[in-house]
Design a protein around this ligand. Structure first.
Ligand SMILES: Cc1ncc(COP(=O)(O)O)c(C=O)c1O
Length: 392
């Protein structure tokens, strides 16, 4: 189904155009901002509408269908992240999952957590919040946003218990070599936690094979799902050690017995799910992931790489500075670039916005984040708009 055309594009243009028809936003703007919030597809909206319709007419009788949809989705998530379904729990967002981890481990005074400078706050606060328990935070400095797994290895001490890192850094798109880092963490007996929100859905991920112990991922960016639904993955060994910090009535095996005399936790990661579910989010994410898996994450990555290659070429020719690493191992779906000065960058950003090119300004740079339904025509239009805007 996915065959390259004569211009070496990854997707057949008819196929691309049928996918584009699922995203009404393409008729309004050129949307290159999936590292912020994804626009909703018709399929996602329809799935959520049908859930609401059922709920309106069936009330509690709808619940069986919702529970089934959640289990179907769990299997899809397992496929998406390369991990067993038993390790997956649905949560509200990235922060909820990372707080589950921070609060679920037993900390001793002097324990250390290692992270990288410049991380998004969601991956910082849950852990700095542990300072009151005597936990020390080590922050690895980067070289202009670049770091290696070996840098992290050298920063691990005998007291380090956890390394927490983003799969892809939000501001410059730098992709961590998680496979190498997983091996390092395993050999040092340190847990590895990954905030994968800026990579999962656009960059292939193999959580189990890479030795990731914990993963947190809100749905509203590259997973193209509604806000308020996210994924938490807990590896088998960590599941043995991690406590359920916020215990809910549905964390136990026989919830409907209402026998509260003992707490018999569910055997798998569902024990972390926090009571009555956001089923509308489950329906939305189910439809969103069905589409992403239909396209194929490997194909999405190749297509996005193809678009970004052209962006880099065009922007460089126009005299822009590429901020993101173009090392094959560290590329992602995010490209950051700047103009000669911060002021000039902001002016170009404002001008792009007025021309209906939707991107973000992060750390003083323009951040472009295309997804699978973006076309080369849109990229060419963007490059023309940058050239015109920079001449203002
Ligand atoms: C790396 C990273 N983590 C997390 C988030 C969001 O966290 P949450 O899902 O908790 O809102 C963002 C962006 O909003 C992000 O860029």
């Amino acid at each position: 189904m996915v065959k390259p055309n004569k211009n070496n594009e990854v997707f057949d243009l008819d196929q691309l155009s049928s996918w584009r028809s699922l995203f009404p936003i393409v008729r309004q703007v050129t949307y290159l901002n999936h590292a912020a919030v994804a626009p909703m597809s018709i399929r996602v909206k329809d799935a959520m509408d049908s859930f609401l319709q059922d709920l309106m007419t069936s009330g509690v009788d709808q619940i069986e269908a919702s529970l089934q949809r959640r289990e179907d989705l769990r299997i899809m998530v397992a496929d998406l992240i390369g991990a067993p379904a038993t390790g997956i729990a649905f949560v509200k967002n990235t922060s909820a999952a990372l707080n589950n981890l921070a609060q679920g481990l037993t900390w001793r005074t002097g324990d250390r957590i290692l992270m990288v400078a410049g991380e998004f706050p969601s991956n910082i606060y849950p852990f700095t919040n542990l300072k009151k328990h005597g936990v020390e935070i080590d922050i690895l400095p980067t070289r202009n946003g670049v770091f290696s797994s070996q840098d992290l290895e050298r920063a691990i001490t005998t007291r380090t218990r956890l390394v927490t890192v983003s799969f892809v850094q939000f501001h410059n798109g730098f992709k961590t070599n998680l496979e190498a880092l997983g091996t390092i963490c395993r050999s040092k007996d340190v847990w590895l936690s990954v905030d994968s929100i800026q990579g999962c859905g656009v960059v292939p991920l193999e959580a189990k094979d890479w030795g990731i112990d914990f993963l947190a991922n809100g749905g509203h960016k590259w997973l193209m799902s509604p806000a308020g639904i996210g994924i938490q993955y807990v590896g088998e060994e960590l599941l043995e050690e991690m406590e359920v910090a916020t215990l809910s009535w549905l964390s136990v095996k026989n919830a409907w017995d209402f026998d509260t005399s003992r707490i018999d936790l569910l055997d798998d990661a569902r024990r972390f799910e926090y009571a009555t579910e956001n089923f509308i989010g489950i329906y939305g994410m189910h439809a969103a992931l069905s589409l992403l898996l239909e396209v194929g994450i490997g194909n999405i990555y190749r297509h996005v790489t193809f678009l970004i290659d052209r962006l880099v070429q065009g922007l460089t020719t126009s005299g822009c500075k590429i901020i993101s690493s173009m090392e094959p191992d560290h590329r992602s779906g995010i490209l950051a670039f700047s103009m000669r000065s911060e002021d000039a960058t902001r002016k170009v950003f404002d001008s792009l916005k007025s021309r209906r090119f939707i991107v973000s300004l992060r750390n003083g740079n323009i951040r472009v984040a295309p997804h699978f339904y973006n076309s080369m025509d849109e990229v060419e239009g963007f490059l023309d708009a940058v050239t015109e805007s920079s001449g203002l």
